[in-house]
Design a protein around this ligand. Structure first.
Ligand code: UDX
Length: 468
């Protein structure tokens, strides 16, 4: 099939590359000429494990092309994916200017070139319920008829960053929202090779497809937040949230996934989508109570380590001037350089605001962090610097905070970390992702605190004993 993908951001690029890998002819369009040039030259503009192999192959075999010219991509396309940004507007609603702007351009081009034939336009971006209708109206404004010249389909993506290629190539389900049989048939043909294991292609109306995406993300964000609240209560009653997680996760009605307590969720989807759904509900005169709580609790959860650190290290005014805090992990989760809404960033802002000097390390997300804090500078009297390795970050620090559970943080040489940290007593470790075992950490001589699990008194260890 011939496919155009408009927007080479995260979703657009992964979709385009993966469709090409399945043998389709794909042209990706972006208005950002620098991006297009970089992609044409073979330089990927995002970090996503596994993407590069398919990207290289698609380009080499000339199935995957890049252009700034919408017409060039649109003319031969059977299916046109709109993978455009929908950033939250001031009021929390999704800003549709890019999606509707491109719909307008497409309408104009199709009206001027009737010989280009019938096209299926697909909303791939996460868009509020009703957007497919608005896209249909925007294109229809050029005298084109839905069902005859074009159809609009809502086809939400459920990609997780870090495993997006796998998620795309082997989706648990594909949701296709359209009332048009012709469009549904085309979409089914496109996606069949991806669900050969028998996973379903669910065809439904547009509004239900749009709602499915929000409901999925809001449910997952709620699940995490629920566990974070269980963890906060575990802290108070002396229970262990890890054991509770196993205890409830074995119930197939609950399931074992997305039950990990920590310092809250971040990323480009959950915070934005929960807000947008909350907002949609309000617009419809309905108050979606549970989402209100999810947003509030998550905001608090991301900062939940701060009072404990101030208790341990702060001066009489509750400030951290002159203290050094090592932060392991900047990305909102492992295997990505994405720092949008990252809990680590929320914490760093708090620490620097209280006067601390933060030394951060992340295997992938230092550059994106630099850029983020350039756009929105850190206030406060403290500072932020970056270390080359996790060990360099910890060396000389008064406390170590684990903010992202990168695999390399799970089994470091902890004796080396302990010896290199500042002070004579038991060095402080605040584990926001529960990567270490509390008893083991106490045994190694750390004052260790995690989320929803008991702490044990740090044991006195001589360096020799630890090394052995
Ligand atoms: C999410 C959805 O999973 C995906 O289907 C959708 O298309 C986009 O949003 P993503 O944002 O890539 O994907 O990340 P995900 O792996 O879902 O994690 C989101 C956040 O939740 C991360 O900050 C992660 O650290 C946190 N999380 C996840 C927890 O705190 N606990 C968990 O048990 C799981």
């Amino acid at each position: 099939m011939n496919i155009a993908v408009v927007g080479t951001g995260y979703v657009g690029l992964v979709s385009g590359v993966c469709f090409a890998e399945m043998g389709n002819e794909v042209t990706c369009v972006d208005i950002d000429a620098r991006k297009v040039e970089s992609l044409r030259d073979g330089r990927l503009t995002i970090y996503e494990p596994g993407l590069e192999v398919y990207f290289d192959r698609g380009r080499r075999e000339n199935r995957l092309r890049f252009t700034t010219d919408l017409a060039e991509a649109l003319a031969p396309a059977d299916v046109v994916f709109l993978a455009l940004p929908t950033p939250p507007a001031e009021d929390g609603s999704a800003d549709l200017q890019y999606v509707l702007g491109v719909a307008d351009d497409i309408g104009e081009l199709l009206a001027a070139h009737p010989d280009w034939g019938y096209k299926v336009l697909v909303d791939k971006s996460t868009v509020p319920v009703g957007t497919a209708r608005r896209v249909t109206a925007a294109v229809g404004a050029y005298g084109l008829e839905a069902g005859k010249h074009f159809d609009v389909v809502s086809n939400p993506e459920f990609l997780r960053e870090g495993v997006a290629v796998d998620d795309f190539m082997k989706p648990e389900r594909v949701v296709v929202g359209t009332d048009s049989e012709r469009a549904a048939e085309l979409m089914t043909r496109l996606y069949e090779p991806f669900v050969r294991s028998g996973n379903p292609i669910l065809v439904m109306d547009e509004a239900s497809a749009e709602m499915t995406k929000y409901a999925a993300n809001a449910m997952l964000a709620t699940k995490i937040t629920f566990m974070n609240e269980v963890a906060n209560l575990c802290d108070r009653v002396g229970a262990d949230v890890d054991k509770v997680r196993r205890g409830i996760g074995t119930d197939s009605r609950i399931g074992p996934k997305f039950l990990y307590a920590g310092i809250g969720f971040g990323g480009s989807c959950f915070p934005k989508d929960v807000q947008a759904l909350h907002r949609t509900a309000r617009e419809e005169g309905y108050s979606f109570e549970i989402l209100d709580a999810v947003l509030r609790v998550n905001d608090e959860q991301r900062k939940s380590m701060v009072p404990h650190i101030v208790d341990a290290l702060g001066d009489n005014d509750g400030r951290l001037d002159g203290k050094t805090i090592a932060v392991w992990g900047l990305a909102f989760k492992p295997h990505t350089d994405d720092v949008r809404e990252a809990p680590a960033h929320v914490l760093i802002r708090e620490f620097v605001g209280l006067g601390a000097d933060v030394v951060a390390f992340d295997p992938e997300a230092v550059e994106t962090t630099r850029a983020a804090f350039e756009r929105e500078p850190l206030g406060g009297t403290g500072s932020l610097s970056y270390a080359e390795t996790a060990y360099d970050a910890a060396a000389g620090a008064d406390a170590l905070v684990v903010a992202t559970e990168w695999p390399e943080f799970r089994r470091p040489d902890l004796a080396r970390v302990r010896q290199s940290m500042a002070g004579d007593g038991a060095p402080l470790v605040f584990d926001g992702r529960n990567v270490f075992d509390p008893k083991h950490m106490a045994g190694l001589g750390f004052t260790y605190r995690s989320v929803g699990r008991p702490s044990f008194p740090a044991q006195e260890v001589s360096d020799r004993e630890t090394a052995a």
